[in-house]
Design a protein around this ligand. Structure first.
Ligand SMILES: [Zn+2]
Length: 604
């Protein structure tokens, strides 16, 4: 097939595509990708596909959508026809929510996800469909992608033919304000940081942070003892106009963050794990993939029951690698971990829904709102994965007197087969257990199942305890919480009165069983006044602090869908924020875990 995509109208939120597909006469079904790898759900944006016109030998053919499968189009190819031409438009009008189907363009940049602009013949494995891609970009825009450029003619950039799988796995980032920087030039294969932003000043990453990204490249080599790509591109979108998420690919990652992330210390800290996380997926998720997610096509439903490995282990490693690479300090990692552990510990939904169910039901959970999230439990296998895999890591260290660690498991599990081109090596639960047993014999199956099926009211904190720390609460925010307050003006009163509040007083969630729950506060309500004065986060914080040691309730005026209510909140335990406190006389495994595995090369 040939696929030519015209991105010049991306600032107007419309993308034009043209396909030529080799065909045989007779009935033909064309499919639009439905289950998108890495999104773990049927998220193909079929609703924004428009302008589908099919022609052959200059004649327009009529197509019919399948009555059941909305992602399938039927057409009859006339006798004597060997090439079908398809024109289609993708309406890039989605709001900035969700994954790649969310907002992906602005006046200055665009991310092209090829799955959004392609139809392909049913009945052939996508790995066996060869596509010759080309793009036309707005004048003066540059681009980054893992695809290989072969030529340029009339403003159209041509790429080497690839399988449909690899095309969909190779998004293209383009923009007016664009910069490509090689990372760790001492390492083969080559790595690049590609950035597109809404302003030229957003690209001014500090030399120290750039050095940290180069260190990340070296640290992954030391940890995974392999690479499974020909080259790697971090495609970073710095924009407040697009969805914010990361999406992994074999040879690149689609990393979308707030516009000022690379020039603002708070935002940089808050997204410290993003690049290490998505990069780790090249090994854990793309190369090693749970068998249920390795469908090999875009039509069959995916089975998410091992996402606590695919995402949970990656979440743990993304944060550990951020510290090892100096993207964040060890102290910043500990404050992140304290917040993560405390959030999971105050999660009453764990009494009705086990961690396994959050993975099994993943396809229904990614788009859920924050409201009552602590009772629903959302994709908790990410944040709780940090705790479970820290538990695994520190248990190996304890069992082997610190001779072995999760690093040994990863070298074998992710490095299986040494360096390879991109490919998928599927695994099952038993392969994970066998891999851990190869490092140190233990009842790993029961260890994991216990944590996956527990309905205990508290989080599994064995990992923090094994590593020599205890979770405590003080009246001072830790650095991670403070960075959130600084960056977004939010007021985290989660561990005190049991609410998270936005800068405008809007309550995003209420902790079930908390003082706020008892006085019937709810998500979506807005705090108008605190003790008679117009709401600010600081006023609420001061009121919680001052209510400690006296008996007067904190008075709130709260608006709820046009109705106002005065509430007396009887809470007197003061401000409470999580911290990790060192337990004297125990080994500090966390310190060991966060130590870099590599030195900087000489002369750098
Ligand atoms: Zn991930």
């Amino acid at each position: 097939m040939h696929l030519t995509v015209d991105v010049t109208d991306a600032p107007r939120k419309i993308i034009h595509a043209q396909l030529t597909i080799p065909v045989n006469p007779g009935p033909l079904t064309l499919l639009y990708p439905k289950w998108i790898p890495g999104e773990h759900g049927p998220t193909g944006p079929i609703d924004n596909l428009a302008g589908i016109v099919m022609t052959a030998n200059g004649q327009q053919l009529s197509w019919m959508r399948d009555d059941i499968n909305m992602f399938a189009f039927h057409v009859t190819v006339p006798q004597g026809v060997s090439t079908l031409n398809v024109k289609l438009d993708f309406l890039a009008t989605a709001p900035a929510t969700g994954f790649s189907a969310g907002a992906s363009t602005s006046a200055n940049l665009a991310v092209l996800s090829w799955n959004e602009v392609v139809l392909y013949p049913a009945g052939i494995s996508p790995s066996e469909i060869e596509v010759q891609p080309a793009v036309k970009l707005p004048a003066g825009w540059q681009y980054g992608t893992a695809l290989t450029k072969t030529g340029e003619e009339n403003g159209e950039i041509e790429f080497a033919p690839v399988s449909l799988n690899m095309l969909i796995d190779s998004p293209l980032l383009t923009g007016r304000y664009f910069k490509e920087i090689p990372l760790a030039p001492d390492v083969t294969p080559k790595h690049y940081l590609d950035m597109a932003a809404d302003g030229p000043e957003d690209l001014l990453l500090s030399p120290a942070n750039l050095a940290a990204f180069s260190k990340l490249v070296r640290e992954t080599g030391a940890l995974y003892k392999s690479r499974h790509y020909e080259s790697y591109h971090f495609l970073v979108t710095l924009s407040d106009q697009v969805s914010h998420f990361g999406l992994e690919h074999h040879q690149s990652s689609d990393d979308r963050v707030d516009e000022k992330t690379f020039v603002d210390d708070n935002l940089f800290y808050l997204s410290a794990d993003l690049l290490p996380h998505e990069f780790t997926h090249s090994w854990n998720g793309k190369y090693r993939r749970p068998a249920g997610l390795a469908t090999g096509n875009y039509e069959d439903p995916m089975i998410g029951n091992l996402l606590w490995v695919y995402e949970g282990l990656t979440d743990y490693l993304g944060n550990v690698l951020a510290a090892r690479s100096k993207i964040e300090t060890a102290a910043q990692y500990r404050d992140y971990l304290a917040s993560d552990a405390a959030t999971m510990d105050y999660r009453p939904g764990r009494t009705w829904r086990d961690l396994q169910d959050t993975a099994t039901a993943a396809q229904t959970l990614y788009e859920t709102p924050d409201a009552w999230d602590n009772w629903r439990r959302s994709v908790d296998y990410y944040p709780e994965g940090d705790l479970v895999w820290l538990d695994v890591d520190t248990t190996i260290r304890k069992l082997t007197h610190d001779k072995k660690s999760l690093n040994d498991f990863l070298a074998r599990f992710e490095g299986l087969g040494g360096n390879t081109p991109p490919k998928v090596v599927p695994y099952h639960f038993d392969d994970v257990v066998d891999g851990l047993n190869d490092v140190v014999p233990y009842d790993w199956a029961s260890f994991l199942k216990e944590r996956l099926t527990s309905k205990a009211p508290h989080a599994p904190l064995g990992g923090t305890e094994n590593s020599g720390y205890r979770l405590v609460y003080t009246d001072q925010p830790n650095d991670y919480t403070q960075a959130r307050i600084n960056a977004y003006g939010t007021m985290p009163a989660w561990w005190s009165i049991g609410i998270n509040v936005g800068s405008d007083g809007r309550i995003s969630d209420v902790l079930v069983g908390s003082p706020a729950d008892k006085v019937k506060l709810g998500p979506g309500m807005q705090i108008i006044a605190v003790n008679g004065r117009q709401y600010t986060g600081q006023l609420l914080s001061d009121a919680i602090r001052d209510a400690k040691g006296n008996s007067a309730p904190i008075q709130l005026i709260v608006a709820n869908t046009g109705t106002f209510r005065v509430i007396g909140l009887d809470y007197h335990d003061g401000l409470r924020y999580p911290h990790l406190e060192r337990v004297d006389g125990t080994p500090d495994y966390l310190d060991e875990i966060l130590k870099p595995m590599t030195e900087a090369p000489k002369g750098s």
